[in-house]
Design a protein around this ligand. Structure first.
Ligand SMILES: NC(=O)c1ccc[n+]([C@@H]2O[C@H](COP(=O)([O-])OP(=O)(O)OC[C@H]3O[C@@H](n4cnc5c(N)ncnc54)[C@H](OP(=O)(O)O)[C@@H]3O)[C@@H](O)[C@H]2O)c1
Length: 340
């Protein structure tokens, strides 16, 4: 990469992670073109950042599934952070609502980027879902790294009888593979970095005005705090959204990380019982309200390497207590407002 990207297109900018990436870029003085499907959400995002009026442009892309829609979006851009992808376990049609749109989005971004020689780097938000192998069991103890790939087949991920959770894992694996295969096949002028975060939690800064609209991962924390059944902890790994935003921006800016894939994860693990303990201890209403249920032990049988990303991307991970506290404080405030 000859010089660092300054003008950055961020997709999924009106989502939980994307909005934090936008803010991290703005704070560092970059110009950001924030791509959104919804004009309304775009306006809300912009109106909440008036001090960055000159740096932030909202760009509506109604159809994320073809490169033509991205043609104008990539004009005068030298870096792209592609965050957008469906993350919703309540879908009815796994293939058409999760798997296909995830792959098509990556395809469209890569094609549009390749048509603009000004683009130096593309960073893609993949997921630990594209790393995890549900059949890999300990003993012996093992550590997932960025060298691992989910062995799920395309057919398994679109099987009509499969759950949305499995289909989502397929959507992330095959979307990420699409990007790596594109680079191999077309040898474009830009290079690629992918990030594979596990469960991502933390305060929100995207346009959400009611609890019902919380994103999928934070919603599980709120379930515990608001006394609903303890969610299933499918993996014990997590990262704070603010740390993940730093990882995205560093992945865009550090010349030496081009061509790499990173798992970005905090070293301490979580369970939803740990969330209940933190909420009970941190909030005067917590003890009375939180879900107790059967105690969930933290799965210590294996680890996920977050250290490599910590070192190579300069990420210092926050504690789980801080993350839960910051988010629950905000969500409780949102609930109060709704009740007024
Ligand atoms: N949250 C986590 O725990 C977690 C963990 C690992 C990886 N990830 C990945 O991080 C990314 C962002 O997730 P998030 O947690 O921020 O979720 P989110 O709040 O639901 O945001 C998803 C974003 O993607 C956009 N999007 C969804 N479906 C789309 C489609 N078919 N076409 C175009 N855009 C679409 C959404 O647009 P609208 O605003 O218009 O709805 C939104 O901006 C996803 O790639 C997800 O797989 C998330």
């Amino acid at each position: 990469m000859s010089s660092f990207p300054r003008n950055v297109l961020v997709t999924g900018a009106t989502g939980f992670i994307g909005a934090h990436v936008v803010d991290e870029l703005l704070r560092r003085g970059h110009k950001v073109r924030a791509a959104t499907r919804s004009e309304e959400k775009g306006k809300l995002l912009k109106n909440a950042r008036t001090s960055y009026n000159d740096q932030l442009e909202i760009f509506q892309i109604k159809d994320f599934s073809n490169a033509v829609s991205f043609k104008d979006a990539v004009e005068q851009v030298d870096g792209i952070i592609h965050v957008a992808s469906p993350f919703d376990y309540s879908v009815q049609d796994n293939e058409n609502q999760l798997v296909k749109p995830a792959i098509a989005g990556v395809q469209a971004v890569m094609e549009a980027a390749a048509a603009n020689p000004g683009v130096k780097r593309v960073v893609i938000t993949s997921s630990f879902a594209s790393v995890l192998d549900v059949n890999r069991k300990s003993p012996p103890h093992f550590t997932y790294t960025s060298a691992d790939w989910n062995p799920l087949s395309y057919e398994e991920s679109i099987d009509k009888d499969t759950s949305a959770v499995v289909a989502y894992r397929g959507s992330k694996k095959f979307a990420e593979l699409e990007a790596w295969n594109f680079v191999k096949k077309h040898n474009p002028t830009f290079d690629l970095v992918t990030l594979c975060p596990p469960m991502t939690f933390g305060p929100i800064c995207h346009p959400v005005t009611k609890i019902a609209d919380l994103n999928e991962s934070n919603n599980t924390l709120w379930k515990v705090a608001s006394g609903q059944d303890l969610p299933v902890a499918r993996v014990p790994f997590w990262v704070d959204v603010r740390d993940l935003a730093v990882a995205h921006v560093e992945a865009l800016l550090r010349p030496e990380v081009g061509g790499k894939r990173f798992t970005v994860a905090s070293p301490d693990k979580f369970s939803y019982s740990k969330v209940a303990d933190i909420v009970s201890g941190e909030f005067d209403w917590g003890e009375k309200r939180v879900t107790k249920g059967k105690r969930q032990e933290i799965d210590e049988s294996h680890d996920l390497d977050g250290e490599t990303a910590g070192t190579e991307l300069g990420v210092r991970y926050r504690s789980f207590r801080q993350t839960v506290k910051d988010f629950i404080e905000q969500a409780a405030g949102l609930e109060q407002q709704e009740r007024k």
